[in-house]
Write a protein that binds this ligand. Structure first.
Ligand SMILES: Nc1ncnc2c1ncn2[C@@H]1O[C@H](COP(=O)(O)OP(=O)(O)OP(=O)(O)O)[C@@H](O)[C@H]1O
Ligand SMILES: [Mg+2]
Length: 235
C-alpha cells in the first residue's frame, strides 16, 4: 500500500503500521542477549557480561521509546479507540500512588491523596492510569529528596478537575510554552532525571482524546502543578 505522509494523522498511521517491524527485531536482540547472559552456552568473562548488560539496558530503553511513540501513533491514527468506562478517581489515584511507592520512598518523598470523597468520570481507565503514572513519575523525578507531592481532584460545574502538585524544581516560563511537545526537556537534567521527553506529549494526546484539557502552572524553584479538565463527569 502506498502511504503518503501529508499530515499528523498520516504520520501516525505510518508509525502505527511500522510497530511490528520495530518491535520484533528489538525483542529478538533482547531475547538473545538474555540467553547469552544466562550462560546457557558457556561461561562468560567479566567484560562480555558487562557489554551484554549494556546491550540489555540499551534495548530496554529503545523498546520503551518505541512503545511510547506507538502509543501516541495508535491514538492519533484512531486505532486505539476510547473506552467509556466508569472511572473512580479516588481508586485510580490510590492505585497509582501505590504502584510508584518504591520510586518515591527511596527519595523520602511524601505522596498524599488530597481528597477522600468518591468522584467518578467517564473515561478509559487504562489510558487515564497512564496519564497519572506519567505525571506522578515526573513529580518524583523532579522533586528533591524529602519533598512533597499531592494528587487532588474535584467536581466543577460539568467537569472534573484533577491535578498533581509537587514541591520540585519547577519549570521556567520559556519551557512551559513547549512543555507538551515531544522531546522537549528541561536544561541540565541529570542522567537519573533524563527520560525521553515523550511522557507529557502522550498525556496531552490521551486527555484530548477524552475531549479534555491539560496545562501546567509552575514557580521555578518551588514547584509545579499539572492540571487536567475532564468533561465526562457522571455525577
Ligand atoms: N513535575 C515537573 N517538575 C519539573 N519539571 C518537569 C515536571 N514535569 C515535567 N517536567 C519537565 O518537562 C520535561 C518533559 O516531561 P516529559 O514527561 O514529557 O519527559 P521526561 O520525563 O523527560 O521523559 P519521559 O516521560 O518520556 O520518560 C521534563 O524533561 C522536565 O524538564
Ligand atoms: Mg516524564
Amino acid at each position: 500500500m502506498v502511504i503518503s505522509l501529508k499530515n499528523n494523522s498520516d504520520l501516525a498511521y505510518f508509525i502505527a503500521r511500522m510497530g511490528h517491524e520495530l518491535r520484533t527485531p528489538i525483542n529478538a536482540i533482547k531475547g538473545f542477549t538474555d540467553v547469552l547472559l544466562s550462560e546457557a552456552f558457556g561461561p562468560l568473562n567479566q567484560k562480555q557480561k558487562e557489554y551484554l548488560v549494556k546491550m540489555t539496558v540499551s534495548s530496554d530503553r529503545l523498546l520503551e521509546v518505541i512503545n511510547q511513540i506507538l502509543d501516541w501513533a495508535k491514538i492519533e491514527a484512531g486505532q486505539d479507540p476510547l473506552l467509556e468506562e466508569t472511572v473512580n478517581l479516588k481508586i485510580l489515584a490510590m492505585e497509582v500512588i501505590s504502584l510508584l511507592e518504591v520510586q518515591y520512598s527511596v527519595k523520602n518523598i511524601k505522596v498524599e491523596l488530597l481528597n477522600t470523597e468518591e468522584l467518578e468520570v467517564k473515561g478509559d481507565r487504562t489510558k487515564l492510569r497512564q496519564v497519572l503514572i506519567n505525571l506522578l513519575s515526573n513529580s518524583i523525578k523532579f522533586t528533591p529528596n524529602e519533598g512533597k507531592i499531592g494528587i487532588g481532584y474535584k467536581k466543577t460545574d460539568k467537569e472534573a478537575l484533577i491535578w498533581v502538585e509537587d514541591t520540585g524544581i519547577g519549570i521556567s516560563e520559556k519551557q512551559l510554552e513547549t512543555l507538551f511537545c515531544p522531546f522537549m526537556q528541561g536544561p541540565q537534567l541529570s542522567t537519573k532525571q533524563k527520560g525521553t521527553g515523550l511522557g507529557l506529549w502522550i498525556c496531552k494526546s490521551i486527555i484530548e482524546l477524552h475531549k479534555g484539557y491539560i496545562w501546567a502552572e509552575s514557580s521555578p524553584g518551588s514547584g509545579t502543578t499539572i492540571f487536567i479538565r475532564l468533561p465526562f463527569l457522571i455525577n
